[in-house]
Design a protein. Structure first.
Length: 430
């Protein structure tokens, strides 16, 4: 679904013009993106927020929340114009994923009523003192939390800015693309607006409703774990170690809760203290594991560009530019370049895919010369400064198929577009 959405969005982003039809289709694209599974945990969270914020009319707080969410996407476009897409890269850092994992974990606990957060507390329901500025800021927070879920689609929009602005910032391009980003955000926010206006809420009464409430909380916990997994993979931790870290977090939280000195305190109060203690312990453990992992892998670390070959299964990834083009000319094969970074989760996923996808694996092994370029290699900056490869200013992953004279055959930032990669390689060899 991601690939189809990305192609759909790209088709609406050509040029700096902004037609009403493009506005409609971008809203539609945003709405479809909001149906991606990793956005689901935000829906019960939104219900909890809006149920506790009552205004003069039923729809006013949901509408302000909706505008806040859309505004966050507008800001993505503006920030990208002035940073060259650095903000999008930040969303891929392990620290960012760890923070998102923690936020979702806390929100899951709030949904299960293990802790009380003021913005979710039903005790304030019926109050007319909730500020609209607070609803707006909370909506912006929802936009930020949803952005990693629709990241591949957002990249297509941000890329329009970087590609069009060249060496300077063109006002019309920034304005046009920012409005397109706003339209996309308005689409993403439609389910959130519907939840607020039509009164969808977390079940609060009845034994069976409590089970439903816990199921929603478990769903949020699951997506918290997925973000923790992304952070751990970037740090080089195995799936087993990541799962152990998550279990340790739960165990520490449970122990800290029952070991609390004042057992007569209300559950939410005790749980807040336990959460603080458990989180501090887990952070210490994670830092120690990461440092030990990095220390033990110094000798194995990233191969310098001068090293000739990096082996991954049955695939030999060359690291020398001269060797790559020499071999491509000699064997009359195209060059397949994988731009890689340790912080890039999807880069690691593609590495697994090259071994798991049999057709892709065979094509890469027998019909192309493979070149892996790390973001720390000097040649990476040369590619990044080439206007033909503006995608590198947005972030990774990024893939190229070149001929033996460095002529462009194919490029994509979608690591799942294996069909396009295979067709490009075979087209060259025909």
């Amino acid at each position: 679904m991601i690939s189809e959405l990305q192609l759909f969005i790209e088709s609406q982003l050509s040029g700096n013009s902004f037609h009403p039809t493009a506005f409609f289709f971008l809203i539609l694209g945003g709405f479809l993106a909001s149906l991606l599974p990793c956005v689901y945990p935000l829906y019960p969270i939104t219900a909890g927020i809006l149920n506790s914020r009552i205004g003069k009319t039923k729809w006013l707080h949901p509408f302000v929340y909706y505008l806040g969410l859309a505004t966050m996407y507008l800001l993505f476009g503006v920030i990208a114009a002035f940073t060259g897409g650095v903000f999008n890269q930040i969303l891929r850092y392990p620290e960012t994923n760890l923070i998102l994992a923690y936020i979702l974990f806390v929100l899951g606990m709030s949904s299960a009523e293990l802790i009380y957060l003021p913005i979710f507390s039903q005790r304030s329901a019926g109050s007319h003192n909730s500020s609209y500025s607070g609803s707006f800021l909370l909506g912006m927070g929802a936009g930020l939390l949803s952005s990693p879920c629709v990241g591949p689609v957002v990249v297509s929009i941000l890329l329009q800015i970087v590609t069009s602005q060249g060496n300077g910032i063109e006002f019309l391009t920034v304005l046009s693309t920012s409005l397109k980003m706003l339209a996309f955000g308005l689409g993403v926010g439609l389910p959130f607006l519907a939840i607020g206006v039509f009164g969808l809420s977390l079940p609060k009464s009845g034994k069976w409703m409590k089970y439903v409430q816990w199921l929603l909380a478990l769903l949020i916990f699951y997506f918290s774990y997925t973000y923790l997994t992304k952070a751990g993979q970037i740090w080089g931790l195995s799936d087993a170690k990541i799962f152990q870290a998550f279990l340790l977090w739960i165990a520490l939280l449970t122990f800290a809760y029952f070991a609390h000195s004042n057992s007569e305190q209300l559950l939410p109060v005790r749980m807040k203290s336990a959460l603080a203690v458990a989180s501090l312990c887990l952070t210490t453990v994670l830092l120690a594991v990461v440092l030990l992992q990095n220390g033990s892998s110094v000798s194995k670390g990233v191969l310098p560009e001068s090293s000739e070959i990096e082996v991954s299964g049955n695939l030999n990834w060359h690291r020398s530019e001269a060797e790559v083009y020499s071999l491509a000319k000699k064997e009359n094969k195209p060059v397949f370049i994988d731009f890689y970074a340790d912080w890039c989760t999807n880069c690691k996923e593609f590495q697994k895919l090259t071994l798991a996808d049999e057709e892709l694996n065979q094509v890469l092994e027998k019909e192309a010369v493979l070149w892996k370029v790390y973001d720390t290699d000097p040649i990476f900056e040369i590619f990044s400064d080439d206007p033909r490869y503006a995608e590198l200013k947005i972030g990774l992953p990024f893939f190229l198929v070149l001929d033996s004279q460095a002529g462009l055959i194919f490029k994509t930032n979608d690591y799942l577009d294996t069909k396009g990669m295979i067709e490009a390689i075979r087209r060259h060899n025909q």
